[in-house]
Write a protein that binds this ligand. Structure first.
Ligand code: MRU
Length: 344
């Protein structure tokens, strides 16, 4: 059974509740954009492309919820919904990309009916495109992988972080489908164990050979020759090639450099932010309780200070290539990324 992370059905948004995985595969149904905003905030849905599409679906829902009869009224209702959806998570750029795309569609329509129809259809199309884009990323990326390679991945950049198929895990799926034999090492990925709860779940679900390691075993596995290549996803990529991804990615990349192991990033064009500079990017800070305990069990002294960032930045000099739906870009990234966005 293929996992579909987020879907539009009968004027409602259906999502896998990822907070319940891997123990329970449960779906939730939303008819109010505020519920979608809460789902993004609380990681019911997560992963940059998945929250981009969820934001778009949330905004499409808002157009149906509003009782507006005039275009201006509906646009202002949707602008307010956009703000609420936008404020849920600050780091992944796909969210603002999805929201802006839907607002543009709404602004271009002439009547309230046209707005409602066009934004729903566009959000649905965005979800369909996401799967196709991931399959293209997978196809390009699989050319980098040799038979019998062991690939390390960090966080979850799979079907569950997208609408389906995945970015980094899309490369792994496409490589397997091309007939090559591969193994995967997945880090458990703090905070909240996206790697063990989601990546390991997904790969096992698909019958891919996966071993789970603690984040602290990254150096050990590389130093002992257990890793041939690394592929991770991204939440935001700047025009300079600076990559923002789940906390710990920078450590994995640094360790890869130390051991001469190629380090690749897989992401759609919607993850590129061609305007911001590193100092503009907000790194989400998460609750201290994720570090001071495991489940209900307390593992740290009361009142301890905690630093718990959700993402870090990997500088371009640690990255061997970025795999996109339009091909693989290599260093120097300032030049190759610019070319990626320049029409022929
Ligand atoms: O906090 P999350 O779970 O939303 O973070 C997700 C990641 O960092 C993913 O690796 C990233 O979004 C790439 S998704 C294809």
């Amino acid at each position: 059974m293929e996992l579909k992370t987020v879907e539009w059905k009968d004027n409602s948004v259906i999502m896998i509740d990822q907070t319940k995985l891997p123990n329970t595969l449960e779906y939730v149904t939303y008819t109010d954009y505020n519920q979608v905003a809460e789902a993004i905030r609380t990681l019911v849905v997560r992963g940059a492309p998945a929250i981009g599409v969820s934001g778009a679906f949330g905004l499409a829902l808002s157009s149906l919820q509003s009782g507006a009869t005039k275009k201006d009224e509906l646009i202002s209702y949707m602008e307010n919904a956009k703000k609420i959806l936008f404020e849920t998570r600050p780091t992944a750029v796909n969210l603002v990309w999805g929201l802006n795309k839907i607002m543009d569609i709404a602004n271009k329509a002439n009547t309230v009916n046209e707005i409602r129809n066009n934004v729903v259809e566009s959000a649905k199309k965005m979800a369909e495109d996401d799967i196709q884009i991931n399959m293209s990323i997978g196809k390009h990326g699989s050319e980098l992988i040799s038979d019998n390679d062991t690939i390390m991945t960090h966080c979850n950049a799979g079907a569950l972080a997208t609408v389906g198929y995945g970015t980094a895990l899309g490369v792994i799926r496409a490589t397997k489908d091309s007939g090559k034999n591969i193994k995967v090492i997945a880090t458990e990925t703090r905070p909240i164990q996206q790697g063990s709860r989601l990546t390991a779940f997904e790969l096992k679900h698909d019958g891919i050979d996966v071993s789970l390691i603690p984040d602290t075993a990254v150096g050990y596995t590389m130093a002992n020759g257990l890793v041939d290549k690394i592929i991770v996803g991204a939440d935001r990529i700047l025009r300079t090639g600076h990559v923002y991804n789940k906390i710990g990615t920078y450590q994995v990349a640094t360790m890869a450099k130390q051991h001469n192991i190629p380090f690749y990033v897989a992401a759609p064009l919607s993850t590129f932010d061609m305007k911001s500079n590193p100092e503009d990017v907000i790194i989400e800070q998460r609750d201290a309780s994720e570090v001071t305990g495991i489940g209900d069990k307390k593992t740290a002294p009361d009142g301890i200070n905690v630093i718990n960032p959700a993402f870090d930045m990997t500088p371009p000099e640690l990255i061997s290539g970025i795999i996109t739906e339009n091909g693989i870009v290599k260093p120097p990234f300032q030049k190759s990324i610019k070319e990626l966005f320049t029409p022929n």
